[in-house]
Design a protein around this ligand. Structure first.
Ligand SMILES: Cc1ncc(COP(=O)(O)O)c(C=O)c1O
Length: 385
């Protein structure tokens, strides 16, 4: 058994709420058999409807006397913070209402006096957060490796040396790495290169931040566990809503001394929700099971793809160094019509690319709600005009 499979199978014993919910509804033990049925190839997670969310919230609040929080401190929020800190091998963690703010809070504190921050040009913080770092926190963001995901040693070295040798010598304060990279179809950063780059940065006294919004997808593809990744960095962001199905939010984990008092900065940015417990109450249900569910989801998806390949019209394109995304196309068929017919079969596809007709498919544990054979049959039927 290789390390990748070992990681995947290692967690198979964890109870999976995805499966538990589908199974109990199938047995007719809950009020609405229409819930928890859809398979989606769109979202990072289950894509819960408001009623499904409310059902899980009901479960959480009836199974025990769920402790609420006070302005995002204490109660089930603290439980979520501790659960993620343990999973990541970090001393402490803080809940932040969005990943956008979690990146910002981390980078502004890590930078200290050295406001030059190296980021990937394709990263969320550089490409999708406006100029928040510059405007709100006096950071000087330097975009690296446009059109690529992996930052090589030379890319960092160059900026460290350029900064040090200017007429006004400057130090690079932080290196921030996103992996997987959302804008690059969730391609992952090469692990060996990451080790080199992080090792060099540490020697130079540069602080390190990982935007691991989808970190928990990496072990299945790279064979390296989440703690191996987290250990390379001072701070780590993990999204709470993408894989763990909370209504919003992110976790920012690091040393106890880094996290201590950081809630004041969260509050300063208007990010201390008076009551954040409904997010944590649902996300907590997925913290232990997600990694194994994701591994099983890919195993099930590969079975679906093997079945689809028996029909020559289906074409599958995987992403080199990819994680949760693959591309699917159906030749000689109107992609929008295929999508609509698939929806009627309970399989939700993303909107097709208007030029190529390809579907950018997202693998998530919702595929575990039924069998690979049922999904494949649904798609094969949808492809027939
Ligand atoms: C890699 C990455 N980082 C950060 C964020 C921001 O998270 P949020 O939407 O919670 O602000 C996203 C959101 O899509 C993301 O993809």
């Amino acid at each position: 058994m290789d390390r990748r499979q070992f990681l995947a199978v290692g967690g198979l014993t964890a109870a999976s709420p995805v499966l538990a919910r589908s199974a109990s509804d199938g047995a007719g033990t809950t009020a609405d058999p229409g819930l928890f049925r859809e398979v989606n190839f769109i979202h990072d997670g289950l894509g819960l409807s408001p009623r499904e969310y409310a059902t899980l919230l009901h479960d959480a609040t009836t199974q025990r006397d769920l402790p609420g929080d006070n302005y995002s401190n204490g109660g089930v929020i603290e439980e979520l913070e501790q659960a993620f800190a343990r999973k990541l091998g970090k001393q402490a963690a803080m809940f932040v209402p969005t990943g956008t703010l979690a990146n910002h809070i981390a980078l502004r504190k890590l930078a200290g006096q050295d406001r030059r921050v190296l980021v990937q040009a394709e990263s969320h913080f550089y490409a999708d957060s406006g100029d928040a770092g510059e405007v709100l926190s006096n950071l000087n963001l330097i975009p690296l490796v446009e059109g690529r995901s992996t930052v090589a040693l030379g890319d960092v070295q160059r900026w460290v040396e350029l900064s040090a040798s200017g007429r006004v010598p400057m130090r690079v304060g932080v290196l921030s790495i996103e992996s997987p990279v959302r804008r690059r179809d969730h391609e992952m950063v090469d692990f060996a290169q990451l080790q080199h780059v992080c090792g060099y940065a540490r020697e130079q006294g540069i602080r390190l931040h990982l935007d691991g919004a989808r970190l928990f997808n990496l072990p299945y593809h790279s064979g390296h566990g989440v703690q191996e990744y987290a250990a390379l960095f001072d701070t780590v962001l993990v999204s709470v809503w993408k894989h763990f199905n909370g209504a919003s939010g992110a976790i920012l984990a690091g040393d106890a001394s880094f996290i201590e008092g950081l809630y004041h900065t969260r509050r300063m940015f208007g990010g201390s929700l008076p009551q954040a417990w409904p997010t944590a109450a649902v996300a907590m249900q997925f913290v232990d099971s997600y990694e194994a569910d994701y591994a099983r989801a890919w195993q099930a998806t590969d079975r679906v793809l093997a079945l689809l390949r028996t029909d020559r019209r289906f074409k599958v394109r995987k992403v080199p160094m990819g994680t949760s995304r693959f591309f699917l196309s159906v030749t000689d068929a109107d992609a929008a019509a295929v999508r609509e017919r698939a929806r009627q079969q309970g399989v939700l596809l993303p909107r097709p690319n208007p030029e190529t007709g390809e579907f950018a498919m997202q693998v998530n544990p919702s595929v575990l709600r039924t069998t690979p054979e049922t999904i494949a049959q649904g798609l094969l039927a949808a492809a027939k005009a």
